[in-house]
Write a protein that binds this ligand. Structure first.
Ligand code: DOR
Length: 443
């Protein structure tokens, strides 16, 4: 048997066509029926009365730091943040130490996650000038989420800054390539020109809009030239959204937004949270935030990824620009999006589109879905009556801080089910970590 039986009874099912009272029947770890459904006698029950019943969310961009940077997070603690936040599948980035740039490093991460990660997992391979030609062969390895390429340098030393190598990577393989799009030559110039009294409040000017726009223009041109699908990670500017619209390349270009860019706003976030709001590309002003919010509903944003990127308090306490960039966030995706629903600019169905169907489509993920028959029995119960200020002690990241601690909640995931087994309930992991490698359609 590959999973358990469970009858999730009496909640409000959040489905693509709308919300309705109903149940989910999971048999052998897979969704066997959803709607008003009965269960065979003896099926274990989970009472969902008064709860919203979501499918497990997918977070396609996290940095869990193992191996090499475990003081910030590891696959167990990062996976715990996922399961606690209703995220039952994650795709993890390659800027670890050593970076994930070859099959042995990928294999090592898969081994480390087995038995320790409480959510399902896959890992990106990082693109470099040295491995560009082999990526086409390696991208279809089991457990590989695809290729990640940094056009601008951020945490770690993965970087492809010139068009020639970028084109080489795009011509090697066929899966969608995920891109950190900031123009490194411009970033280098801007850091070199910094004065002594620079502060984190200037972060979105240091790595300015032009850094992002310049790189994204290059990316769109090369994607069109090579015909290779690309995914613009953590889009931060209204200008790039316009560029994607104008390029009109259809499914060739997909776009991710992060909760950080959607729910934090410059300059207030830097004034209030200092380096705890510092990430790359930066959180920007109201104009960009509003454009990103609209793009969730109108396009071209295809999916939401947290870019969970923890650093320790001590590391973050360094003086800017030496404070590292990155914000933990996989556990707060769902509560933040529920706030957006309460505030009227998003619907529960948008959450399904952006956090389940979007990631499945962008990455060719198989076996996950919105209570689709035969998909994994991953279910999240949300208590819509939890409306207090988010207590820091509910958060499970090793980082121990979040710019969203203290925010008023509009609901909280109280129970997470992975393949028919209750994995997390009432702030506790209640089952041994049982995450498995994700499966993808390749080729
Ligand atoms: O702010 C960021 N932090 N952006 C990235 O792209 C990398 C990440 C990290 O790994 O810390």
């Amino acid at each position: 048997m590959s999973g358990a039986n469970l009858w999730v009874r009496g909640g409000t099912l959040v489905r693509r066509e709308g919300n309705a009272p109903g149940d989910v029947l999971i048999q052998d770890g897979k969704v066997a029926a959803a709607g008003q459904v009965a269960a065979p006698a003896g099926t274990p029950e989970l009472d969902a009365t008064g709860k919203l019943v979501f499918p497990g969310l997918i977070d396609p961009q996290v940095h869990f730091r193992e191996p090499g940077l475990e003081q910030k997070e590891d696959l167990a603690s990062g996976g715990l943040c996922c399961i606690a936040g209703g995220v039952t599948a994650f795709c993890e980035m390659p800027n670890t130490k050593p970076p994930t740039t070859n099959p042995a490093a990928l294999e090592d991460k898969l081994r480390r996650a087995d038995g320790r990660a409480p959510s399902d997992f896959a890992f990106f391979l990082g693109a470099t000038a040295e491995n560009a030609e082999q990526l086409g062969e390696w991208e279809s390895l089991p457990g590989c989420a695809g290729i990640k390429l940094f056009m601008g340098s951020s945490t770690g030393n993965l970087l492809v800054e010139d068009d020639e190598t970028l084109e080489l990577v795009l011509r090697s393989g066929s899966r969608r390539v995920t891109i950190h799009s900031e123009d490194n030559p411009r970033l280098s110039q801007r850091y070199a020109a910094l004065g002594k009294d620079v502060s984190v409040v200037q972060h979105d000017d240091v790595r300015d809009v032009e850094c992002a726009v310049k790189a994204t223009k290059r990316l769109l041109r090369l994607s069109e030239k090579t015909g290779r699908p690309v995914h613009l990670l953590h889009c931060s500017t209204a200008d790039e959204l316009d560029l994607v619209r104008e390029a009109d390349l259809g499914d060739l270009v997909t776009v991710e937004a992060t909760p950080n860019h959607l729910f934090l706003r410059a300059p207030q976030c830097y004034e209030e949270h200092g380096s705890h709001a510092q990430m790359n590309p930066p959180v920007r002003g109201a104009h960009h935030q509003e454009a990103l919010r609209r793009a969730l509903v109108e396009g071209p944003v295809t999916c939401i990824g947290s870019d969970h990127a923890p650093h320790t308090r001590e590391e973050k306490a360094k003086a800017y620009p030496h404070s590292p960039s990155g914000i933990p966030g996989t556990q707060t995706i769902l509560p933040l999006l529920l706030t957006a629903v309460r505030d009227g600019w998003l619907s529960h169905q948008d959450i399904l589109r952006l956090c389940v169907d979007g990631p499945c489509k962008v990455y060719g993920l198989e076996g996950k879905g919105v209570f689709d028959l035969g998909s994994d029995g991953d279910v999240v119960l949300v208590d819509p009556s939890v409306t207090e200020a988010l207590p820091l002690e509910w958060l499970r990241s090793r980082a121990g801080w979040s710019p969203f601690a203290g925010r008023e909640l509009a609901g909280w995931p109280v129970t997470t089910v992975l393949r028919g087994e209750v994995a997390y309930h009432d702030h506790e992991l209640v089952k041994a970590p049982g995450g498995r490698p994700l499966r993808f359609r390749v080729g």
